[in-house]
Design a binder for this molecule. Structure first.
Ligand code: HEC
Ligand code: HEC
Ligand code: HEC
Ligand code: HEC
Length: 490
């Protein structure tokens, strides 16, 4: 294994040499965390959105078939892929569909209410092209109906539409292109922040438990999984080649996604806690969407002959308990923080240690009281977030596959999959490490075990059979790791 690993390192260093200047530098990574998002550019600079049809000419992005001549060329049928297959295209129409009607009904809102209109504006923040809601420009209003459209992700095209294919434009630096309004979707951190704004939430966008209980899907985002679910209107080969680190492109995307999503979820927790601390009207605390869903939604049944359910036996507090807990606890959701926390635990970085300690302190404080102190949680969430970003910005310039495998750790560690959120994150990370998305037999088996029972009327049921998964998944993970090791030794 060693020699193979050494070989990989050498290959990585060599590849890194080719892409100097394009964000290998931690400073560029930090810039990616701050670059304005497409609609922020539009608002700040006053650049206008032109609409998807302005991209759709058959000689531009409206070709009927994808280009097959050259891996380095774009597909050129991007418009049709989006129009016909991409769920983002439907995002606005969804708001008048049956499921949305039922969400509004469950919330007790009818289209005649003033409150309905206000809530609808909040839905549009994620489901429509973000435009200035005070704009009276009929073109802007028209664009909202496009849903999540080309310029929502690539930036307002007013300044670059007629120039971006010319050689002088293509030759510009990323910063020069950005100054014209073209958003850099190629940068892992910028891409992650784009998706996360709607798929996790930000200052102007959120999905709370009321909406989830009324029928909105719970937002459980992971960048690489969602990118692979999006009907790709780009070529993987070209995307990889343009990446900062082509050899470990998916791993870089995974890492950026973990950082950015954890950052956004901590920011969301801090915002909700601060709003409650400030006594804002309508503030909800604790917001159930920030809490481990299964602390409330779980099976109450227990084995014959045992007075305790499987969850009680395992302990359902912050850490696995060996004494019985009789008290309700509402621990913080781990979906976005479990993997960063595992990475920190296996890293030798002092800031990573501090981050991990702060996050555990936050979890313990959240779980200590059913209604934890909002001010204190806001402070802890802010400092956890800062430490997370400090640590990630110090990361070495290339992703380390071996560190990932170590991080997933000894699979007999019962903590690894002791709840569904953790198990799914481990599964998604294994997919990235293995590099053969969806094809591996052991991974397919794990996936089948983790899949939720589907029924028509309940969209987010408890994984009731998780008990057996807790026993079987570690075995399969172990098997899978052996396979990975075998591959590396060859
Ligand atoms: C402006 C908000 C917004 C942005 C930015 C955004 N999305 Fe979405 N996304 C949505 C909405 C809203 C839906 C639901 C669409 C529907 O079905 O009505 C969605 C749906 C999806 C789906 C389908 C999910 C499913 O369950 O089938 C995938 C996959 C997806 N988005 C991936 C991404 C990725 C990857 C990015 C970043 C490159 C991204 N999205 C950026 C708002 C956004
Ligand atoms: C924070 C951004 C955000 C807000 C605000 C938001 N949504 Fe969504 N919505 C999404 C995303 C992202 C998805 C896709 C979720 C997934 O599959 O992971 C989605 C999915 C949906 C779906 C399911 C679509 C399908 O075909 O499966 C419906 C229905 C929906 N939203 C309606 C609404 C309504 C109604 C509102 C306002 C009450 C609303 N949304 C507010 C982001 C948002
Ligand atoms: C939900 C976000 C999203 C939407 C909507 C979207 N794109 Fe993209 N697009 C991406 C991402 C992510 C990539 C891959 C990264 C890259 O190549 O820069 C990409 C890649 C591309 C590329 C290839 C760029 C290259 O250098 O290889 C083109 C061209 C493109 N998109 C055009 C369009 C057009 C035209 C539309 C509308 C019809 C559209 N996109 C809608 C996110 C989006
Ligand atoms: C503090 C306890 C608590 C937490 C944590 C919690 N929920 Fe709930 N949830 C409830 C209660 C109570 C209801 C019933 C609300 C009602 O009927 O008005 C409910 C209702 C629901 C429903 C509708 C139930 C149905 O049968 O259709 C869904 C779906 C749901 N929650 C999903 C989630 C998800 C996803 C999470 C995690 C992000 C979560 N809940 C976290 C207590 C909780």
């Amino acid at each position: 294994m060693k020699s193979r690993f050494l070989f990989m390192m050498i290959a990585l260093v060599a590849l890194a040499g080719f892409s100097v200047g394009e964000g290998q530098d931690p400073a560029d990574r930090e810039a990616g965390m701050k670059a304005p998002l497409p609609w922020e550019i539009a608002a700040r600079e006053g650049f206008r959105n032109l609409g998807a049809r302005s991209c759709s000419s058959t000689t531009c992005h409206g070709s009927v078939r994808p280009d097959s001549t050259n891996d380095d060329r774009m597909r050129l049928d991007e418009y049709l892929v989006w129009l016909e297959e991409d769920p983002h295209r439907r995002a606005y129409a969804t708001l008048s569909g049956e499921r949305s009607e039922s969400i509004f009904r469950n919330l007790g809102l009818s289209p005649d209410d003033e409150q309905y209109r206000q809530v609808m504006q909040k839905c549009i923040a994620c489901h429509g092209m973000p435009v200035d809601s005070s704009s009276t420009d009929s073109n802007d209003q028209q664009l909202v109906y496009e849903g999540v459209s080309c310029e929502t992700c690539h930036g307002p095209a007013e300044k670059w539409r007629n120039t971006h294919y010319r050689t002088d434009f293509v030759g510009m630096t990323v910063a020069e292109k950005a100054s014209q309004g073209l958003f850099n979707t190629n940068d892992a951190h910028q891409r992650a922040r784009l998706c996360v704004a709607c798929h996790v939430g930000d200052e102007g966008r959120e999905v709370n438990h009321d909406w989830i209980a009324a029928g909105h899907p719970a937002l459980k985002f992971e960048l690489t999984a969602y990118l692979s679910m999006m009907p790709g209107h780009w070529k993987e080969t070209r995307d990889r080649k343009n990446a900062h680190n082509p050899a470990e492109h998916e791993l870089e995307l995974w890492l950026a996604g973990q950082q950015v999503a954890a950052d956004a979820s901590l920011a969301q927790l801090a915002r909700r806690a601060s709003a409650a601390a400030a006594g804002n009207a309508g503030a909800v605390w604790p917001e159930f969407a920030d809490v481990d869903c299964y602390s409330c939604h779980h099976d109450l049944g227990h084995d014959l002959g045992s007075p305790l359910s499987w969850r009680q036996k395992r302990g359902f507090g912050v850490e696995e308990q060996h004494t019985q807990i009789q008290r309700i606890t509402l621990p913080a959701s781990e979906w976005y923080l479990f993997m960063p926390s595992r990475l920190a635990a296996s890293s030798k970085d002092a800031v990573a240690d501090e981050f991990e300690r702060k996050w555990q302190e936050l979890r313990a404080k959240m779980a200590a009281e059913v209604i934890p102190d909002d001010q204190e949680i806001a402070g802890l969430a802010d400092s956890t977030r800062q430490l997370l970003n400090n640590w990630f910005s110090r990361r070495s310039s290339t992703a380390d596959r071996q560190q990932m495998i170590d991080m997933i750790g000894r699979s007999d560690d019962p903590k690894l999959v002791s709840n569904w959120d953790r198990a799914v994150q481990v599964y998604l990370a294994l997919q990235v490490i293995s590099g053969d998305r969806g094809k591996d037999k052991a991974l397919k088996q794990i996936r089948a075990m983790l899949a939720f029972p589907v029924s028509a009327e309940r969209q987010f049921d408890s994984p009731r059979k998780f008990r057996s998964v807790i026993e079987d998944v570690p075995k399969l993970i172990l098997e899978f790791q052996e396979q990975l090791k075998g591959k590396q030794e060859n």
